[in-house]
Design a protein around this ligand. Structure first.
Ligand code: SF4
Length: 314
């Protein structure tokens, strides 16, 4: 069974179209902030956007309103599907189960090779189909599917789910209470205070470790130290698996893979690592797919330190 928004007419909203003229990025440009009005600083990720009334954060999913930050993506789903849990990828967590997977819009990083850019690099004015679903409705659907479709719970995925952490938290509490599990697929570029609030309700995570360098993360709009701290904290109370997409010229260094695997093993050598193959996508079309022999070499290097190293997209 595979559910998609397009095939579930109930509550299906119209295509969203809108005027983005009042939407500003929270990048470092000085005119991003109107200091004449009240503002709030978003605590969710290391960008710490300072948002005046009507300004949207860099992630396009959070809005300043009268000195508060509003998660405008709350309950707006752009994708919903019942996926095999291995597809997250989560290979060593409830294998054989499926999981109700949902995504919204926006992201707090801007990878030029993003595989889901049509929902992650756009805001509320994006040309995608949406469905509004409250935490209660999503939990109810997950519970129904657990009875008939071997559904384990809910996975928050596709775009960066934690920029709408209020929705994840609200839903995860209900899902946990219903006896199901919560899984998060995230870039990990999220501050510790948000993570620690969520962790009691999260059973499994797949966390990107996109590149093993400070400079690499800066190019992608993330913070290396924040991501590493996220992984270390998450590993203490949740099942975690990590994913590294091998992008030629960015994250294909054998030396970096050695350092990465060694660092992961320092946390726990049983943490599974998924090394996945890059294919040209979105704005990055100037290089070929990752060389297959390199993929195998990187797997061999990582396997010297880690027990479970999987290749993806090969
Ligand atoms: S979550 Fe969005 S609004 Fe908040 S700091 Fe990060 S990019 Fe800015």
């Amino acid at each position: 069974m595979s559910l998609t928004v397009a095939s579930t007419p109930a509550n299906l909203s119209e295509f969203i179209s809108g005027n983005s003229s009042d939407t500003k990025s929270c990048d470092d440009s000085k005119d991003a902030v109107d200091t004449s009005s009240a503002y709030a600083i978003c605590p969710v990720c290391p960008h710490r956007c300072r948002l005046s009334d009507g300004q949207t954060g860099l992630c396009k999913a959070r809005l300043g309103r009268n000195g508060h930050i509003i998660p405008v993506s709350f309950g707006t789903l752009t994708a919903i599907a019942l996926d095999p849990i291995e597809k997250k990828p989560l290979t060593r967590f409830m294998p054989g189960y499926r999981i109700l997977s949902v995504g919204g819009f926006g992201c707090n990083m801007y990878c030029s090779f993003c595989q889901n850019h049509d929902i992650s690099q756009v805001g509320i004015d994006g040309t995608y189909r949406t469905e509004q679903m409250s935490p209660e409705e999503l939990c109810e659907l997950a519970t129904e599917l657990s009875k008939s479709e071997h559904n384990a719970g809910v996975a928050y995925t596709y775009n960066e789910p934690l920029i709408s952490y209020e929705y994840v938290l609200g839903t995860a509490k209900l899902v946990k209470k219903a006896g199901l599990v919560n899984a998060v697929v995230t870039n990990g570029n999220i501050n510790q205070e948000i993570l620690t609030e969520l962790l009691p309700y999260i059973d499994a995570m797949n966390i990107d470790l996109k590149v093993f360098s400070k400079e690499g993360y800066r190019m992608l709009g993330g913070d290396f130290e924040t991501v590493k701290a996220f992984i270390q904290t998450a590993a203490r109370s949740s099942h975690i698996e990590l994913t590294t997409l091998v992008v030629p010229g960015l994250s294909d260094s054998e030396e970096d893979m050695k350092n990465e695997a060694e660092w992961i093993a320092g946390i726990d050598p049983d943490i599974p690592l998924h090394i996945t193959r890059y294919f040209p996508k979105y704005k990055m079309t100037d290089r070929p797919p990752t060389d297959i022999s390199l993929m195998h070499r990187l797997q061999d290097i990582a396997s010297s330190y880690l027990k479970y190293v999987y290749l993806g997209n090969v």
